[in-house]
Design a protein around this ligand. Structure first.
Ligand SMILES: Cc1cc2nc3c(=O)[nH]c(=O)nc-3n(C[C@H](O)[C@H](O)[C@H](O)COP(=O)(O)OP(=O)(O)OC[C@H]3O[C@@H](n4cnc5c(N)ncnc54)[C@H](O)[C@@H]3O)c2cc1C
Length: 441
């Protein structure tokens, strides 16, 4: 395998590593290189913080506060002198020169360029979806969904006739983990929390509809999980419409492929994703989903000093397929790329990426989770699946700097307690109070 040129070769000081994106991949890469005297890291992120996407739906349903899942980048690396964290949007890149251009037109050049810019929602050209549906991909998205949900309840309380026009009909598009988790959480909010907040509002007319073109929920999971998820959603009163597309989204609702109209003022899009916009402007080879194809060592073909990691990359699985877009994949690619960068500095050979498969899992709601553990997909549901979810996500959160005891105790409490206890969160004065504490430093 070709060895990349580094500034260390020419005794020019530490190898300059420029990381774009502070998601699971970028942060893991920077963390592994932090304190490494032979590397100087610049990590750039347009938002300036790391967001913990697996809990976005908990923000959308007012169960957690934004601060619980937002981790300031500068704070994260404050103790590491060889890591410079900057809030900066990258608008263009030159992979040959390993140079990125920032929104203010300045440039940053590295000896090594690491791209961990993640993904964006894919609306599959559905008319009106990008205008009227709300995606759930960022903290801003989640706060928008939360604001809209609470507004709709306030409006319906003031004018109950709006319920007949779909003010309390919430449509979730997508039957994958994001759609299933979101629908479950919205249904609990709607049916178990809101009746305590608006006891005089006839919330009987409130409903949650989940739509997916596939004929089953959680397609990547086993048949047993499909049935379990469907049963749990039905138990929560969710109207599941499978095998039908969304033809159009407007400000008044959705029209399905079979002509059915569902009046709604809130359509949440969890219907798919593709590579982040920067991938389309990178000039790098793109494959499925617009993601950047990479070699087994995670570098981009033709660019031995450019890595693409996590959701923006098609990371080879060793069997001709690509690994799924998961936090664990992103985090492990970040750590692995840092290992290869160090190997290059030392003149040792880079290693092909090996994924430690943690399995796949989804938390459908309180007392309902499904997990398929490890490469052999050992099937779990209920309490054991929740325990597996907790283990995997605690590890991901530790990477960001959350206080694990606080996270585990919040999650345990969330899973076991009845939903109506979160009614307190809907008090506008407490809604933004953090619930998961941070570790010091
Ligand atoms: C709603 C939801 C729920 C999920 N639940 C789970 C789950 O339960 N378990 C699990 O394992 N995975 C889950 N995932 C998937 C997981 O979150 C992703 O696989 C993971 O976040 C990918 O990490 P990443 O580092 O590749 O990208 P991201 O985490 O998306 O980070 C990309 C970063 O790049 C920055 N960026 C993008 N473009 C630019 C630019 N031009 N300039 C500067 N910065 C830029 C962004 O600001 C962002 O911080 C979920 C995803 C979603 C959307």
């Amino acid at each position: 395998m070709a060895r990349m040129p580094t500034s260390a070769d020419a005794a020019h000081g530490p190898t300059r590593v420029v990381i774009v994106g502070a998601g699971f991949a970028g942060v893991a890469c920077a963390r592994r290189l932090a304190g490494e005297p032979r590397a100087h890291v610049t990590i750039l992120d347009g938002r300036g913080y790391h967001q913990f996407q697996p809990l976005l739906y908990q923000i959308a349903t007012a169960e957690l506060a934004p601060r619980d899942i937002r981790f300031d980048l500068a704070e994260m690396f404050a103790r590491h002198r060889n890591v410079e964290a900057r809030t900066a949007e990258v608008v263009a890149l030159d992979p040959r020169q390993r140079t990125v251009t920032l929104a203010d037109d300045s440039t940053v050049q590295g000896d090594v360029l690491v791209l961990g810019v993640g993904a964006q929602p894919n609306f599959f050209h559905t008319p009106g979806a990008d205008t009227y549906a709300l995606p759930l991909y960022s903290l801003d998205d989640a706060e928008r969904v939360r604001t809209r949900l609470l507004e709709l309840f306030r409006d319906a309380a003031a004018k109950p006739e709006l319920v007949d026009e779909g003010a309390l009909t919430f449509v979730v598009v997508g039957g994958g983990p994001t759609g299933v988790e979101t629908a479950g959480a919205v249904a609990e909010l709607v049916h178990e929390v809101m009746p305590h907040v608006y006891p005089h509002l006839a919330v009987a007319g409130a409903k949650v509809v989940l739509v997916d073109l596939a004929h089953m929920l959680l397609t990547a999971f086993s048949d047993e999980a499909h049935t379990y998820a469907a049963r749990q959603l039905h138990r929560r009163g969710i109207d599941v419409r499978l095998g039908v597309s969304v033809r159009e989204v407007t400000d008044r609702g959705v029209t399905l492929g079979d002509g059915t109209r569902i009046p709604s003022r809130l359509v949440v899009w969890g219907g798919g994703e593709m590579a982040a916009p920067l991938a389309f402007r990178s000039g790098l080879p793109q494959g499925h989903g617009g993601r950047i194809d990479v070699h087994p060592d995670l570098t981009v073909p033709g660019f031995p000093a450019v890595y693409a990691l996590g959701d923006v990359a098609n990371v080879p699985n060793g069997d001709g397929t690509a690994l799924p877009q998961l936090g664990s994949v992103a985090q492990q690619t970040g750590d692995w790329a840092a290992g290869n960068i160090i190997a290059d500095i030392e003149g040792a050979g880079r290693q092909p990426f090996r994924y430690k498969d943690k399995g796949i899992m989804a938390m459908i709601g309180r007392k309902a989770a499904v997990a398929e553990i490890g490469p052999h997909r050992h099937e779990l549901n209920g309490r054991l699946a929740f325990a597996a979810w907790l283990g995997v996500h605690a590890q991901l959160l530790a990477n960001a700097g959350a206080e694990l005891n606080a996270f585990v105790s919040w999650a345990d409490d969330f899973y076991l307690r009845p939903a109506h206890r979160s009614a307190a969160l809907l008090d506008p004065s407490t809604i933004d109070e953090p619930r998961i504490r941070r570790s010091a430093g």
